[in-house]
Design a protein. Structure first.
Length: 54
């Protein structure tokens, strides 16, 4: 069974995005609260440095 018209293989990427060009990283939307502004659930541990598992 031969196709009447040979078709080129359909690429998985859009034509304007060649495979040899790395895609830019997806920019995640910035959250309303920055990590530095997240309220500390344990106020007592505010002044204590993080405990290191030694």
């Amino acid at each position: 069974m031969m196709p009447t018209e040979p078709r080129p293989p359909q690429p998985d990427f859009p034509p304007d995005m060649p495979p040899d060009v790395p895609q830019p990283p997806i920019e995640e939307p910035e959250p309303d609260i920055l990590p530095d502004e997240v309220p500390n659930p344990n106020p007592d541990e505010n002044d204590t440095p993080p405990k290191l598992n030694a």
